[in-house]
Design a protein around this ligand. Sequence first.
Ligand SMILES: [Fe+2]
Length: 163
Amino acid sequence: MRSRREMKVGTEQTALTEAIAAVRRAHAAKLMLCDRLEAIADSLPGGLDRRECLLAARALGPAMIKVHRFEEQHVYPHFAARLLQSAEARKTIARLKSEHCEDEGYAAELRDTLRATARRGRAENPETLGFMLRGFFGALRRHIAFERDHVMAQVAPDCEARD
Ligand SMILES: [Fe+2]
């Protein structure tokens, strides 16, 4: 029979495995969003698809914020623990949280612009919109690559090896 401690460890491991799977799904969804945003940027100025703008705007909403909080609460603490709460781990987590915060502010701005663009049927300023889109998805892709290669690889090295 398993001891109470073994059961606790088993439950924690299951929770972590589920959290990792959830973050991996969220990363895949965010990378799809990046592709969608890139396609919108490439379509400027003449080939804008209003529906694509609305779908992208929707994906930039509260769901993104929820994923950020989830990573911060359910994955980052394990990353810090794996690195024995080192100063470097704390610095990395602070930077990733700050990137989340910046992305949320930028996403809100981009969402409003994409909605207005969809309503109008054209970009008010295609150059500015293109710049906003490329800045956003470029930063998001770098953030996800770092989380995958450093945070997830540290927290779940076996899972990452299967990619
Ligand atoms: Fe993140």
